[in-house]
Design a protein around this ligand. Structure first.
Ligand code: NDP
Length: 327
């Protein structure tokens, strides 16, 4: 029986992505075969649909760093046919074929049961970006969120959108940084109480300390913006650093750490132990308002992916792209 997948191939002229029919025996060896229902488009997917950016180990490759679906066959006693499951991380879609396919074969250790209260579609509307936002918010809570507003950078993107909605649902005042003024209504709808134009934080650090403004920060942008934000944190406040959409270099000084006791917390969603993944998903299901989640969704099919991969790398995607692999 054949099924469809987005396959990226590489030759001397570069990489090419196309939707192809394939057979089950082409899938990598692993314990659990999943009938995939939904996957999503994350920043890393944009890299893997294109030239790989050092993430893809072997071609041909099937990208898709997350998916939800139903177990079809399992050699592991933890999962049986018919179980609903979710996968994020573990370099699936990078080093191992991923979710841009109607079937996926993965290690049982990489899966979690579909969280109670979420459909497979809602779980992917959250996806890797939203799961990572929850980890970031938990890290801020663990270190204590201070009195001022919580800043979210890259707010109209996937990580940012979910972070705004989660923090707002927790009763926090949320300031959203965006380079897209036309997304103000969208961000206020998710719960942002203040919009900060990207340009306000774009200038590189001139003074290592500015007014103490933010009680916490979820940062999806990195680079010069993160360096600037560090000098604006309240005494003892924390920044959960999630991404580098604005660059990997950090042109900062040590002053905010020395004189303001600022914490810079690195967030990694890829290698989270099973218990942490289950705990974060349960909290998402409990906390995240589903009507706000629906506002974030951009629906897509497998054949839309080459264009969407390019869009996300240019910061053009709003919210969360949910790919119905059977559409
Ligand atoms: P998106 O592309 O959806 O969002 C990124 C947002 O950042 C954009 O929407 C834009 O927001 C802003 N942005 C883009 N380019 C720039 C720029 N040059 N300068 C300033 N702001 C910019 O990506 P995701 O939200 O999915 O991911 C964000 C980052 O987080 C990526 O680097 C990704 O790799 C990383 N990530 C890390 C994870 C981890 O485990 N640590 C897991 C998931 C993602 P706006 O238009 O509102 O300004």
């Amino acid at each position: 029986m054949t099924f469809r997948a987005l396959v990226v191939e590489k030759d001397d002229d570069g990489t090419r992505a196309s939707v192809q029919d394939m057979e089950l025996d082409r899938l990598p060896e692993a314990e659990v075969t999943v009938a995939v229902e939904y996957s999503t488009v994350n920043y890393k997917d944009g890299l893997c649909i294109g030239p790989g950016g050092g993430l893809v180990r072997n071609y041909p490759h099937v990208p898709g760093i997350d998916f939800s679906g139903t177990v079809e066959a399992s050699d592991d006693e933890r999962y049986s046919p018919g179980d609903k499951v979710v996968l994020t991380g573990w370099r699936v879609g990078e080093a191992h074929w991923g979710g841009y396919s109607q079937k996926a074969r993965v290690r049982a250790d990489w899966l979690v049961p579909l969280p109670e209260g979420l459909t497979t579609r809602q779980a992917m509307a959250v996806g890797t970006a939203g799961f990572t936002s929850m980890l970031a918010v938990q890290a801020l809570e663990d270190h204590g969120i201070k009195a001022g507003p919580v800043l979210v950078t890259g707010a109209a993107g996937g990580v940012g959108s979910v972070a705004v909605a989660l923090l707002s649902a927790m009763g926090k005042e949320v300031a959203a940084v965006t380079g897209r003024p036309e997304q103000e209504g969208y961000l206020r709808g998710l719960g942002a109480t203040r919009i900060v134009p990207r340009a306000d934080l774009a200038e590189t650090v001139k003074r290592p300390l500015e007014s103490e403004t933010w009680g916490g920060c979820v940062d999806a942008v990195g680079g010069a913006m993160l360096a600037r934000v560090l000098g604006q944190m309240e005494y003892g406040a924390s920044v959960a650093a999630v991404g580098l959409a604005g660059g990997a270099n950090l042109p900062a000084t040590v002053i905010p750490f020395l004189l303001r006791g600022v914490n810079l917390l690195g967030i990694d969603s890829v290698l989270q132990p099973y218990e942490n993944r289950v705990r974060a998903w349960a909290r998402i299901a409990e906390l995240l308002p589903m009507e706000k989640l629906e506002d974030m969704v951009v629906p897509a099919t497998l054949s839309d992916l080459p264009a969407l991969g390019a869009d996300i790398l240019q910061g053009k995607v709003r919210g969360r792209v949910v790919v119905d692999v059977n559409a």
